[in-house]
Design a protein around this ligand. Sequence first.
Ligand SMILES: [Mn+2]
Length: 287
Amino acid sequence: MYPFIPWNFLGLDSSETSYKKAKFVIVPIPYDSTQSYRTGSRNGPHQIIDASRYVELFDIESQNEPYKKGIFTLEEMETIKGNPAKTLERVRTSIKSLLNDGKIPVLIGGEHTITFGAVQAFPKDVVVVVFDAHADLRESYEEDRLSHACVMRRIIESGRDVIAIGVRSMSQEEYNFAKENTVSIFFRETLKKEFRQSLTDVLSRIKGKNVYLSLDVDVFDPSEAPAVSTPEPDGLSFGEVKEIIREICYSAKIVGVDFVEVTPIPGNNITEFLSARILYKIIGYVR
Ligand SMILES: [Mn+2]
């Protein structure tokens, strides 16, 4: 037992957090190396965990305290800034060891590249549901195949299914690739016009399956989550994302989660608090 309250997600007392009893393990990965526009997502994990300490433990929607399912926070992972391949291998082996212990890993990034490392720790039948303003389907970006802008392409090539939600920006090359490979993309525009039908379609694809949830914070509207590298206008609201995630958690078996690309703006903590809130909602929804 710690002699003091350790720094952890939600600021839980040491008596309320143990690795052995935890269902969820928070994995902070302060990695950014290929981020292209505004950089600094390496500071995301620390800032999100800091914000989480001010999130109310009681959840009005479920009328209980979801942290009682058991949450343990790991120390920040040591990453290798200039070497995505080695960093991803480190992520993969860490996640693998958590899975061997029967845990649900909850990664906090860092840039989106880490998702590729994490997903490789899961069997090929896992469906990756990604919330993102971008398709991340490029063959390479700035001559780097392990750029954050290529992460979903690498995951598809690894033989895993990807469902992308909230996309509102992509290149011609990505559009063609998505068409040729029948990648399931639920565009922002479609979600706006046919929210109910889109949700039904998403659920029919993941029902009863093992799902890995990946959230790029830029899926949200920049007015709700400004601390992102590339603030694409016309994003999803907190309420919309929450509703889709809730229904996914109720229909599928969530085996892993990540939340990436928060790029803190000094003096503005809106995004970090929203991030902590949605992560706690997900922990509450997972069965
Ligand atoms: Mn993105």
